[in-house]
Design a protein around this ligand. Structure first.
Ligand code: XMP
Length: 322
């Protein structure tokens, strides 16, 4: 890998920010750039850098792919409104669910279901409409590392896989955070004036809840994992962990409810201790917390009869399941 990492103790945030603003300005010139904001720390940092470099010549979109958590689009738009950045919501729910229909294989889900739909179908159209020649995005060092190593294709890695975005999608990609890992991005985010809820925000993957559904991604199955996610995030809000999540399994198991057999669904909970997501260990949650999670999930999420907690480390596990 040719990119040289800037480690957290080597970072001079002010200098980094100034240099990136300069780079974005000189690359885009007097043209237009677009970017997708999910509200995560990486895309929020890129949005602020782009906003400072280009002002209204940066068009920022929240892609409503139908795979986000409860109320996420509205929260992100209103947070950025307070920071003076206008964000437009693009309703692409149908496009994504159509593309994901029938796909079971994880890499196909990421590649055909998410990456192609995002960059070609949704962004290709936005680029044409807006006249933009550049897409600004928050790819970080770890994304490249894992994708190039063939572990997991991160949805946002393109040029490093030999994809010529100009030829295939009609725009060039600018990636100001390539040299940083997540912990270092957080420092930059803080120096850019983003609120703590953003710079300390728990990571959430680009493929969103589709990374947490084993088997076919349908609106119904996403709704189940979304409900379980809300519960896990509420119950673990005060836990000092890197990331926690709910996963919907494909296999069903026999359960019993109101004295009757229920061939029900299984939810797996994962909660990770990690610094930069390269390696991770399951958090040692106390049993009462786990029991409360299981009680709420089996009661509040329709059809769930089994709740498990993952105790395997990364590696050989990965943090998401897809
Ligand atoms: P894995 O599952 O690879 O996850 O151990 C490591 C970290 O990366 C996040 N993740 C992603 N983030 N696009 C992203 O922006 C992706 O395709 C993607 N896949 C995983 C994951 O949530 C964890 O923090």
């Amino acid at each position: 890998m040719e990119i040289k990492e800037i480690k957290i103790n080597e970072l001079n945030p002010e200098k980094f920010i100034d240099e990136k603003i300069q780079e974005i300005s000189s690359t885009v010139g007097d043209g237009i750039a677009i970017n997708a904001l999910s509200g995560g720390v990486d895309s929020s940092t890129v949005t602020m850098l782009g906003h400072k470099a280009l002002g209204s010549r940066l068009r920022t979109y929240f892609i409503e792919n139908g795979l986000m958590r409860d109320d996420e689009p509205q929260q992100v738009v209103s947070l950025f409104k307070n920071l003076g950045v206008h964000v437009e919501i693009i309703d692409a729910k149908e496009t994504f669910f159509k593309a994901l229909k029938g796909i079971i294989d994880p890499e196909e889900k990421r590649d055909k279901g998410i990456t192609k739909t995002f960059y070609k179908d949704v962004f290709g159209k936005l680029v044409k409409e807006s006249g933009a020649k550049f897409l600004l995005q928050g790819t970080i060092y770890t994304d490249i590392e894992e994708t190039v190593a063939g572990i997991k294709r991160q949805h946002n890695v393109l040029e490093q896989l030999g994809i010529d975005t100009e030829e295939q999608y009609g725009y060039k990609v600018i990636e100001p955070l390539l040299e940083l890992r997540k912990d270092t991005v957080r420092v930059v985010a803080k120096h850019l004036g983003l609120p703590e809820s953003t710079y300390n925000r728990m990571p959430f993957p680009g493929p969103a809840l589709a990374a947490r559904v084993i088997g076919e991604v349908t609106p119904e199955r996403i709704e189940i994992v979304r409900k379980a996610t809300t519960i896990v995030e509420e119950e673990l809000a005060n836990i000092d962990a890197f990331q926690y999540m709910a996963i919907l399994h494909e296999d069903r198991v026999t359960g019993i409810r109101s004295g009757k057999r229920e061939f029900g669904r299984q939810i797996e909970i994962r909660c990770w201790d990690s610094v930069d997501a390269t390696v991770a260990t399951p958090t040692c949650l106390n049993f009462e917390t786990l029991e409360k999670l299981a009680d709420r999930i089996t009661r509040e999420v329709p059809g769930v009869v089994s709740v498990t907690y993952n105790i395997a480390k990364k590696p050989p596990s990965t943090m998401e399941v897809v």
